[in-house]
Write a protein that binds this ligand. Structure first.
Ligand code: F6P
Length: 319
């Protein structure tokens, strides 16, 4: 293998740049050329590529976003789109591809691997919704962004004795709400994996209020529904003054945390060594602090198990 390509695809996440840096620098260690493919699979089909050298990835380890840009491509979901991408890889004499992204991107990576082109995935999404890794790149940074916001919301919630519904991202997964709920001391969390009875939440809120706790924070995962609707329902059911904060895309930006940078470095380096040793069609991940790899289709074949223990602890601590 003389030349490999790297692209970032789907929703960006903090640490993608650190992963690109790791791929480029690890490959250079083995005298393998790297090309950066701009705009994800869309750019691949268009042949939008740039050579990457040691200096191309200098000073980016601390930067959020992705220097290669990202996109979601409907065309690449089609057989014709995938063939177009493959033709570009061959035309540019690329021998292997590394895809940095989430589950949607991995479907593209799997399609490329099935066309007998060596391809490896690196999990990067704030959602932490991929099987075969304890954490995805960007999750820890997003979590810390949420906590920062929740701490600020708590200040004003306390001053005004209000209830706050904080809506966080996560697509169909509740990890961002669960982890931030535990770290931020939320009174309740609402996640798609556990649709808690609404009346139980109302009872808990009223009970705390009667006990003298005049403010509350409820973390709501976007997969459950609209934070604004939920806040209205809470206010109607409890008569407590309720506000909503939708954190939105603030969760996707910012400088990656040390943990995300380290994860990106380890996964990026491993992806290159696997590709060079002939492994294809897999995703690299980290389980129990060990770097592992699994066939890509396994990573999105089933729902990721929900952390029941954390959920239980949260409920016990938020009395
Ligand atoms: O997958 C990452 C994510 O931020 C999800 O949490 C969210 O549902 C989605 O992307 C938002 O996508 P977009 O940036 O296209 O609005």
């Amino acid at each position: 293998m003389k030349k490999i390509g790297v692209l970032t695809s789907g929703g960006d996440s903090p640490g993608m740049n650190a992963a690109i840096r790791a791929v480029v620098r690890k490959a250079i260690n083995y005298n393998v050329e790297v090309v950066g493919i701009k705009n994800g699979f869309q750019g691949l089909m268009e042949g939008n590529m740039i050579p990457m050298e040691i200096g191309s990835v200098g000073g980016i380890i601390q930067r959020g976003g992705t220097i290669l840009l990202s996109a979601r491509s409907d065309e690449f979901r089609t057989k014709e789109g995938q063939q177009k991408g493959l033709d570009q890889l061959r035309k540019h004499h690329i021998d292997g591809l590394i895809v940095i992204g989430g589950d949607g991107s991995f479907r593209g990576a799997e399609a490329i691997a099935k066309l007998n082109f060596p391809c490896i995935g690196i999990p990067a999404t704030i959602d932490n919704d991929i099987n075969g890794t304890d954490f995805t790149i960007g999750f820890d940074t997003a979590l810390n962004t949420i906590i920062d916001a929740v701490d600020r919301i708590r200040d004003t919630a306390t001053s005004h004795e209000r209830t706050y519904v904080v809506e966080v991202m996560g697509k169909d997964a509740g990890d961002l709400a669960l982890w931030s709920g535990l770290a931020g001391g939320a009174e309740s969390i609402i996640v798609p994996e556990k649709q808690e009875d609404f009346s139980e939440i109302v009872t808990r809120l009223k009970r705390s209020y009667d006990r003298g706790k005049k403010y509350s924070i409820i973390m709501l995962a976007e997969g459950v529904g609209s934070g604004s609707d939920y806040a209205k329902r809470i206010e109607e059911a409890t008569s407590l003054e309720t506000r909503v904060t939708i954190l939105g895309h603030t969760q996707r930006g910012g400088s990656p945390t040390a943990l995300d940078r380290i994860l990106a470095g380890r996964l990026g380096a491993k992806a290159v060594s696997l590709l060079l040793s002939g492994v294809t069609g897999v995703m690299v991940g980290m389980e129990n602090n060990q770097i592992v790899h699994y066939p890509i289709e396994q990573t999105f074949a089933m729902n990721r198990p929900f952390n029941e223990e954390m959920y239980k602890v949260l409920k016990q601590l938020s009395i």
